[in-house]
Design a protein around this ligand. Structure first.
Ligand SMILES: Cc1cc2nc3c(=O)[nH]c(=O)nc-3n(C[C@H](O)[C@H](O)[C@H](O)COP(=O)(O)OP(=O)(O)OC[C@H]3O[C@@H](n4cnc5c(N)ncnc54)[C@H](O)[C@@H]3O)c2cc1C
Length: 340
């Protein structure tokens, strides 16, 4: 009896010890794992707007551990309404992004870090990304869905009107201002081609060359034949009320009443990290990618406005989805060939 209870005691003691000791060490292992898990990902996506979120959804649905780093500065943030994206036509840009973020958040392997990515470097097994908060995250693959930065000309009132009554794209906003008194800010070949395009939406059209015209005589004659006027005066200011254009004020003091202006701005990559990592750019300044959205550096992918001039929400989403699928495929291939 005594023997038995001693055995029982030892057995129970062992169990008790394992209850008290094991969970402690198990906990610390778990904590360490959780901590490192919070810093280690299959994929880090820099840029969490339309393209980055679409990539995250594809990867989340493929059970991948994903970190999205975003500092919430999408290029269309000043536009009151976004158009030409099925099911979301006319919604505010932020509304579309918020719904997308809410849906992506449902996938529990996807996490968000609201910050600016400041630097990234190659490691033995992938990449390391630093943010302005001082955090460092690691991943096997990197996606840049960082968009582009439009460079505003030095014209008073221009940036306040950008995306409201100074527009970049007739497919996004042309329907809403059809047949209005419309201007195009541009010159030469680009001014000519853009005038032809916009004549589809308004017959009351003027090309403002903002200085001497560089149209060829054939181009000038062609515009005239289609009743498109050309004004060479230099522009001083865009007079507006809350971004709604009222008049162009010229440097000679004269003015012209207008509802809307189209123009294409020069741009820079919003994020310079891809270049620092060695990703090549195209002649036009976009990140060079192949059909799988791979950049010229192994393991780095790019999608959205930073790779194409076909600048629409629909296209950014489509490219993000493709990129997510392509990365997942690459990770599967690497697992099967034991490359990583
Ligand atoms: C004024 C304007 C109006 C438009 N209107 C329409 C429209 O009506 N319909 C339409 O279809 N398209 C429209 N577009 C085009 C559309 O907005 C873009 O095609 C789309 O936003 C591209 O998505 P993206 O995810 O590639 O880039 P973006 O939406 O520009 O997002 C890039 C994201 O990356 C983040 N980011 C960049 N660098 C870093 C970094 N280092 N660290 C962390 N985060 C970073 C930015 O903060 C941003 O959130 C408009 C564009 C403009 C400029």
């Amino acid at each position: 009896m005594e023997n038995l209870s001693r055995k029982k005691f030892i057995k129970q003691g062992g169990i008790m010890a394992s209850v008290f000791v094991l969970p402690l060490s198990f906990h610390s292992i778990l904590n360490k794992k959780e901590m490192s898990d919070k810093k280690h990902f299959d994929v880090i996506i820099i840029g969490g707007s339309y393209s980055g979120l679409a990539a995250a959804m594809a990867l989340g649905r493929a059970l991948r551990k994903v970190l999205i780093i975003d500092n919430e500065k999408p290029c269309n943030r000043q536009t009151p309404h976004s158009h030409n994206f099925l099911t979301q036509d006319g919604k505010a840009p932020k509304e579309i992004a918020s719904l997308a973020k809410q849906q992506v958040s449902m996938y529990d392997t996807v996490v968000f870090h609201n910050n600016l990515a400041t630097n990234a470097s190659k490691t033995e097994n992938g990449f390391e990304v630093q943010t302005s908060s001082g955090d460092i995250f690691k991943s096997k693959k990197l996606i840049f869905a960082t968009g582009i930065k439009d460079e505003m000309p030095n014209i008073k009132g221009f940036s306040e009107c950008w995306g409201i009554s100074v527009l970049h794209c007739p497919y996004c906003h042309g329907y809403e201002v059809r047949n209005e008194t419309t201007g195009i800010l541009g010159n030469g070949e680009y001014g000519f081609e853009f005038s032809k395009l916009i004549s589809n939406w308004s017959k009351d059209l003027t090309l403002f060359t903002n200085g001497k015209s560089t149209l060829t005589s054939e181009q000038a004659a062609e515009l005239e034949r289609h009743h498109i006027k050309t004004v060479e005066k230099e522009i001083e200011e865009l007079e507006h009320i809350n971004g709604q254009l009222q008049n162009i004020i010229f440097k000679d003091g004269s003015k012209k009443s207008l509802k809307v202006i189209y123009t294409r701005l020069p741009f820079k990559q919003h994020c310079l990290i891809p270049e620092h990592l060695g990703c090549e750019l195209t002649e036009d300044g976009y990140i060079k990618i192949d059909t799988s959205h791979k950049t010229t550096i192994n393991g780095i992918f790019a999608c959205g406005d930073n790779v194409t001039r076909m600048r629409t929400v629909a296209n950014a989403v489509s490219m993000g989805t493709t990129t997510g699928m392509m990365i997942n495929k690459e990770l599967i291939e690497e697992k099967f060939t034991d490359k990583k």
